[in-house]
Design a binder for this molecule. Sequence first.
Ligand code: ATP
Ligand code: MG
Length: 561
Amino acid sequence: MNDLTQEPASAERSLNFLEEIIENSIAAGDGRVQTRFPPEPNGYLHIGHAKSICLNFGLAKKYGGKCNLRFDDTNPVKEDVEYVDSIKEDVRWLGFEWAGEHYASDYFEQLYLWAVELIKKGLAYVDDQSQEEIRLSRGTVTVPGKESPWRNRSVEENLDLFARMKAGEFADGEKVLRAKIDMAHPNMLLRDPIMYRILHAEHHRTGNAWCIYPMYDYAHGESDSIERITHSICTLEFDVHRPLYDWFIEKLGIFPSHQYEFARLNLTYTMMSKRKLLQLVQEKIVMGWDDPRMPTICALRRRGYTPESVRMFADKVGVAKRDNVIDLGLLEFCVREDLNRRAERRMAVLDPIRVVITNYPEGKTETVECVNNPEDESAGKRAVPFGRELYIERSDFMENPPKKYYRLSPGGEVRLRYAYLIRCDEVVKDAEGRVVELRCTYDPESGGGKSSDGRKVKGVIHWVSVPTAVPAEVRLFDRLFTRESLDDLEEGKTFVDYLNPDSLRTVTGYLEPSLGEAAVGERFQFERLGYFCKDKDSSADKPVFNRTVTLKDSWAKMASK
Ligand code: ATP
Ligand code: MG
C-alpha cells in the first residue's frame, strides 16, 4: 500500500504551493480567486482530469472564489457535443458547480480582433510556407531557426491576407498566421509560433462560420484573460509555454492572468491519454467509455466509486511540482474507506457448494437478523431467509485443511454468519471427484451468533439460502494492463500489447433476496467478497453486479471476530 495513506486528513495537512501563493496574495491585499477547468471536448474525462477539477474547484471554494467550466473547443475535427455533455455530467457528479459555462469558440471574434491588433503592431504576419517548411526552418535547441521569406510583409498586406484567410479564399494549409517574436529564441516555442491555421471544417458550435482556428497557445491565455482568471492552473509540461502565454497578454495589454503548473497525475497500471482511451473504445477492447476497467470518471461511477472517494483520492495525492506516479492501490484504499462507512452489507456466494443441514426440519424456514452496517447503527437490520439448504463459498471448505484453517472441513465446525454453528459430517462428490454437496448438522442452540455451551469456533462464513437465492451475473475486474508503467514500452510494442487478458471475469453469483430489488447504481458490501455496485446492464430477471474493489484482509478480520 502506498504510504500516502498514512497522511493526515485534509484539514490538518500543510498548504500546497498554490494555497501558499493565494494566501500570500490575500496577505498582500488581493485575494480574488478565479480559476477555470478547461477540458477539450474530444473525449471523456479521466481520473487525471478529476485531480484537476478538484484542484481548480477546490481552491475557488476554499478561498471564496469562482471556478468556470471552459470548453477548449478550438479543434473542430476531434470535438463533439457528446463529450461536452459527458464532461458536464462528470463535473457535477464529482460535486462541483461552475460559476460560468464558457467556450473558447465564444471568443473567436475577440481572438480574431486581437490577432488583427497584433498584426497592426507589427507583431504577427501571414506565412505562405507549408507546415513542413515551417517545421524544418525552426532550427534546433542549439541551432537558431531561419526566418520565413514572408516574415517582413507590410502590415497592410498582412491585414489583407488575414482577412482573406478568414473569408475562406485559401485552402487548408495554404497559409498560417504567426506571431513575430524571434527565430533565434532559446525557447523554441517562441520562434514565431503559429497563431491561426486554415481548417475548412464544421465546428460543433460555430458551424461553418469560421475556417480559421486559433492554436492552443494563442487561444488559451487570451480566453483566461477574457474571463479574468487569476490562477490558470495547468500541468507541468506547459511550463515552457508560459513565456508565450505572458507574451501575448503583455503585447495586447489585457487582463494579466497567470499560469501555474503542477505535476499531472499518473497512476500505475493505468494509461490516461484520451487518444489511446478512444482507441480502446473504437477497437472494442472495452465495452465503452464507461467500461468499469477504464480510468474515466464515468467508468469509476459505473464501477461503484463514490464522488467522495475520488475527492479523497485527489486530496491525498496532493499537488506536486515534480512528476510522480501514484499507486493504483491508493485509489482503491480511498473507495474502501468511503464504502466501509456508507455501504450496507449483504450476503452473496460467488462460487457455490451446496450445504444440506440434515437435522434441520424439511420444509421449515426462518429468518435471521443481519446487521446492515456495523459502521453505522442507523442503517438498522434486515431479515434474511435461512433454511435446510444453503450455498456457501467453495473456498470456505477444504477436505484436507492445513493447520489454522478455521473454515469448514470434514468433522469440523464453523459459524454461519448471524446464524448457527454447523458441523460437516459427509462430503458428497460427483463422478469426477468434485465436491458437490456437504451434508452437515447444525446446533439449534447456537442461533443468532451465540453458542449455548461457550465453546469456541473461530471461523465465520457467509451463506445464502438456496430456495430464495437470486442468481446474478457478477463481473470481477482486475487491472486493465499488466505493466506498471505504460510510458516506456519495450521496442516495437504498443500499450495494446500489455492488456491484461484476465481483466474481466464473469461468474454467476447467488445473492440474498433483498439484492434482487436493488436499484442500478446502488452499492453494497458483499460480506467477505468486496464492494459491489448494480450495473445498468441488469434486467428484471437477471441483476448484474460489478465488483468495485475487493476487501483487504476480509477473511482475517472476520475470523477473529
Ligand atoms: P489528453 O492528453 O488525455 O487529451 P489533455 O491534457 O489534453 O489530456 P484536456 O481536456 O486538455 O486534456 O485537459 C483539461 C485539463 O485537465 C487541463 O488543465 C489539463 O492540464 C488537466 N489534466 C489532464 N490530464 C491530467 C492529469 N493526468 N493530471 C492532472 N491534470 C490533468
Ligand atoms: Mg489538451
